[in-house]
Design a binder for this molecule. Structure first.
Ligand code: FAD
Length: 85
């Protein structure tokens, strides 16, 4: 058991022939019986070539918060807005 942490080596593609999973990175090729993909919201980009479509999407949401003194009602509205977005 154990593992090797490979920093600065982005995964470019993951393929599988059913028995062996091949992980192609910017620096090398790794083969394993099983692979855990934990690329956060970018995971779907790696699973799509495998025919697996995940409902994950990356998008930018510009958000500016100003710290001002608010009354209770306005505080609740801001809080609800942040929870929704
Ligand atoms: C602004 C913001 C604030 C948040 N605040 C909170 C909070 O307060 N509390 C909370 O519980 N959650 C919070 N979250 C959510 C939390 O960050 C995520 O739920 C959590 O980080 C998901 O963990 P993960 O390991 O699945 O993915 P991530 O943390 O996204 O990790 C995925 C990793 O994979 C790497 N990666 C992606 N593609 C590749 C590739 N091709 N090759 C190699 N590596 C790759 C990425 O660089 C990243 O390091 C917040 C999220 C955001 C965006």
């Amino acid at each position: 058991m154990g593992g090797v942490l490979r920093d600065a080596e982005p995964v470019q593609r993951v393929t599988s022939d059913g028995d062996v999973v091949t992980v192609i990175t910017s620096k090398s090729v790794h083969k394993a019986r099983s692979v855990i993909l934990a690329a956060g919201p970018w995971t779907s980009q790696l699973t799509e070539p495998l025919g697996l479509s995940l409902p994950l999407e990356v998008f930018h949401l510009p958000l500016t918060l100003s710290l001002v003194e608010l009354d209770h009602s306005t505080t609740n509205k801001v809080s609800n807005f942040v929870n929704v977005y």
